[in-house]
Design a protein around this ligand. Structure first.
Ligand code: PMP
Length: 426
């Protein structure tokens, strides 16, 4: 065995040696505080190796909507594991995927009926974009660009980074590496339909579609817009014949107070992407779901008109079993109602922060509570302060936000909002 000198921040124990080999996400490994080792989870709690317990305020990046270790989800995965964990999806299929596709199609509005599975959110967005591009290629039109918005976030792979916000977003320094899409310099909330229409008109021949996170732009800063904006975007896409992609990877499954944002807004996208809460946080799984008019553009005798994508782990059977079980829970319990109820409590308990030094906005939409600060100077210190309060809250950019499991009790939610109030007023 070779001994590797450890140059990380806190050498010493077995965990430091292990950590030496781990490259954490979005993290400057040289200066970062070591990641906290987790030994167990249950309900809304994360148990750490050092004996501390944290109440989870962000549901593990918005996935664990039913809380952790829900017996219905763990039971479904165990039962599926006894059958098989995974088989390739080229030429083979299985009941968990078939059931899940049928249930998603039934639950999504109108003819959003054609489900293509992948493993991560970024890949689902890549697939949605490829669907839109090939929709046009199959009609002999080469339209390779998208309209996307200021403040958006759609993933970390190349095509998805290219439709995030290259000006202010976290992928800014990769500029030049991406294909150039059409960033609307308008924030998605802007009322100026004519301005966006003229941008589209000037670029129409190269545009395949438009991509937006409906209702809440998540990782780009937890920015909200109202449903009228989405109506306007649909109107523009109809007027110019563009495909409209809703990325519901963050907002889907109750987070904004409706099962899906498109359903609540009454606006039908041509393609929708789902992931994160799809499996209740149990397993990586995602999908891009297309309307019939998109699917029909691929329906042909010509094999070249097939959708050219196929992730190795697509429709992973354990993930599909978890997702079916998660849909059972949405049917049995009013999780969406719980998200709406959370809104009132968070609004009330975070309101005292309005007017505090450095707080520029407090906003809440169903299961998303946001305190926007002028600037966060010491992100790491702020994160540690939350851990010391016994909560797991990870500020991003200039916002401190809550997206707790939809099963959280009123008392635990009060612990989260209380921790935010205490830390930010210190
Ligand atoms: N789209 C949205 C709206 C997201 O919030 C995210 C993840 N934060 C992604 C896409 C990418 O998902 P993943 O991290 O699973 O690739």
């Amino acid at each position: 065995m070779t001994t590797i000198p450890f140059s990380g921040p806190q050498p010493g124990g077995a965990h430091d040696i292990a950590a030496h080999h781990l490259w954490q996400p979005y993290t400057q490994m040289k200066t970062a505080v070591p990641a906290l080792p987790v030994v167990a989870t249950d309900g809304v709690r994360i148990h750490l190796e050092d004996g501390r317990t944290l109440i989870d305020g962000i549901a593990s990046w918005w996935t664990a909507v039913h809380g952790y270790n829900h017996p219905h989800l763990t039971g479904a995965i165990r039962a599926q594991l006894d059958q098989f964990a995974h088989v390739m999806f080229g030429g083979l299929t299985h009941a968990p995927a078939r059931d899940l596709a049928a249930r998603l199609a039934a639950r999504l509005p109108a003819d959003l009926n054609h489900v293509f599975f992948a493993e991560s959110g970024s890949v689902a967005v890549e697939v949605a974009m490829k669907m839109a591009v090939q929709f046009w290629l199959n009609r002999d039109e080469r339209r390779l660009r998208f309209v996307h918005f200021h403040g958006g976030y759609h993933g970390d792979t190349a095509a998805t980074m290219a439709v995030c916000d290259p000006e202010e977003g976290m992928h800014g320094h990769f500029k030049g590496y991406f294909p150039q899409h059409l960033l609307s310099h308008l924030p998605v909330t802007d009322d100026d339909e004519a301005k966006l229409a003229s941008q589209i008109e000037a670029n129409l021949e190269s545009l395949a579609g438009m991509i937006v996170e409906p209702r809440v732009q998540g990782a780009g800063g937890m920015r909200f817009h109202n449903d009228k904006v989405l109506v306007r975007l649909r109107r523009l896409c109809d007027r110019f014949g563009l495909l409209l992609i809703f990325d519901e990877i963050f907002v889907g499954f109750g987070r904004t107070g409706d099962m899906f944002a498109c359903e609540g807004a009454g606006v039908l996208p041509d393609i929708v992407t789902l992931s994160k809460a799809l499996t209740g946080g149990m397993s990586p799984l995602s999908c891009a779901v297309a309307r019939t008019k998109v699917f029909d553009a691929f329906w042909d005798d010509d094999p070249n008109k097939s959708l050219m994508h196929g992730p190795t782990y697509m429709a992973h059977a354990l993930g599909c079993a978890a997702a079916n079980a998660s849909l059972d829970l949405f049917e049995r319990h009013d999780r969406v109602g719980a998200a709406r109820t959370m809104e009132g409590q968070m609004a009330q308990e975070l309101a005292p922060l309005r007017g505090e030094n450095d707080v520029v906005d407090v906003r809440v939409k169903a299961g998303v509570g946001v305190v926007q600060l002028r600037k966060i100077n010491n992100l790491q210190g702020l994160r540690q302060a939350f851990v010391e309060e016994g909560v797991w809250i990870r500020p991003l950019g200039d916002v401190v936000y809550l997206t707790p499991p939809l099963t959280i009790s009123a008392d635990d939610l009060t612990q989260l909002t209380g921790a935010i109030r205490r830390v930010l007023t210190r």
